[in-house]
Structures are given as C-alpha cells and as structure tokens.
Design a protein around this ligand. Structure first.
Ligand code: DC
Length: 229
C-alpha cells in the first residue's frame, strides 16, 4: 500500500456506503491490537492497517530531515510530503526502508509529540479514510479510529490490559530493552496519548470493550467474528 501525499483528493467527511465493512480497533500499546487486527482481517478477507506505523513513519521522516519536533508547522509539512508505504510488515518512508527504525527507541520517544499535532492528525486521518475507500473496507487499529477516523465503523472495539501485562508483552517484542525501560516508556506514552487535546485515546461510547489481560488473542478474535455474523 503506497500512501502518496493525496490529502486533497479525499475529504475526511466523505461518507462510506453502509455495505463497506470497517472494523475500528483502538487501545493503548500492548493491549493486543495489532495481533487481533491482523488475525481478524485474515478471517474476514479484508486488509489491515496499522495506523500507529503511519505516525511512527512521520516521526522517522522528521528525524531523517533533521527537523525540530517543536516546530509544528514544519512537522505538518513533513506529514503532507512524506511518502509512506506499508506492505505487510515492511515500512518504507520516502524510499528508505524504515521497518526497524520506526520501532526503535528514538522514534518511540518522539512519536507522541508528533501525534499530538492537530495538522499531522488531519493529514493522516484523510489518508486512512482514503485507504479504506480504495479497498472497499478494512480493519484499522490505532488510538482514534472509532472516535475520529471512522465513527461510522460497523464494529468498534476498545482493547485494554493491565499495565504490567502490556509492558511485559512489549518487552518480549523489543529484545534490546529491559522490562523497566519498556514500562516507563509505555507509561509516558499512555499519559501523552490519553491527555493530548486533539483526538486523545478514549473508548467510543458504542465500542465493545474487551480486557485482554487474561483472555487469549484467539478468544478475542472469535468474539469479534461472532459479533459480525
Ligand atoms: O500503536 P503504536 O504504539 O505503534 O503507536 C505509536 C504512537 O502513535 C502512539 O504513541 C500514539 C500514536 N497514534 C495515534 O495518536 N493515533 C493512532 N490512530 C495511532 C497511533
């Protein structure tokens, strides 16, 4: 999937036909969103979009162009002009393979600052809606999919888990970092993502809330498939 700068071609307010199936999965880091979204997409024969990878890609492009994170206008320009290509688990930003670096500590530390800039959110929201319109549906995961990007999604899900379990899951994925470092990063990101002024992470009133602390990914996926049938 190539996400060329195309923000003028689609309007974020475009309404989707009701037969277009969109599943919106939100929740904090380590709540199981990515695994659930990938498996659910496979089960439904839909494509999957990790919108966090898009925010990470913008943070990567900002760093690659040596732009100051506090210069919001310049960061928005980067969001508008960067070419983000997400194919399965490979992410290319402006032609550079950024798959590993977007998950690295530098991007992870700066991504919440980038994600708090309203202009960046506007650009990415339009690209996310365009992605769905091009494919005729999809499973999207992030922080604001059910509340801001697709409030009309047929199924909205909010996943959570205890902070200890979420940190342990993330520490397992990032072998270079110890549990304490991951837990501290996660707590800082949770605070930034839930308290920012624009589109903070919050549960949509009509979202199905599942706490994944003690239930398996398979159980979550089965519950969601049952909801849709
Ligand atoms: O899911 P993740 O940890 O890769 O997301 C990285 C950051 O991007 C996260 O700290 C918050 C931000 N984000 C967002 O603000 N809105 C989204 N829809 C997805 C991610």
């Amino acid at each position: 999937m190539s996400q060329e700068p195309q923000h003028q071609a689609f309007c974020a307010g475009d309404h989707l036909a009701s037969e277009v199936l969109v599943v919106a999965i939100d929740g904090p880091a380590g709540s199981g969103k990515s695994t659930v979204a990938k498996r659910l997409a496979q089960r439904l024969g839909l494509e999957y979009l990790d919108t966090g990878a898009m925010y990470r890609s913008v943070a990567f492009a900002v760093m690659a162009r040596v732009i100051d994170l506090v210069d919001a206008e310049a960061v928005v320009e980067v969001a508008k002009n960067s070419v983000i290509d997400i194919q399965d688990s490979t992410v290319t930003v402006d032609g550079v393979d950024a798959t590993t670096q977007i998950r690295g500590p530098e991007v992870t530390r700066s991504v919440s600052t980038v994600a708090a800039i309203p202009g960046v959110r506007d650009v990415l929201r339009v690209r996310q809606r365009a992605w769905v319109i091009e494919r005729g549906g999809g499973v999207l995961e992030g922080r604001d999919i059910g509340t801001a990007v697709f409030p009309e999604a047929q199924l909205k899900v909010y996943l959570s888990a205890s902070s200890q379990v979420r940190a342990a899951r993330r520490a397992g994925e990032v072998s270079a970092l110890d549990y304490e470092t991951v837990a501290a990063d996660l707590a800082a990101r949770d605070a930034a993502d839930t308290t920012r002024q624009h589109d903070p992470l919050t549960q949509a009133p009509d979202a199905l809330h599942l706490d994944t602390t003690d239930i398996s990914i398979e159980e979550v996926v089965e519950t969601l498939v049952a909801r849709l049938s």
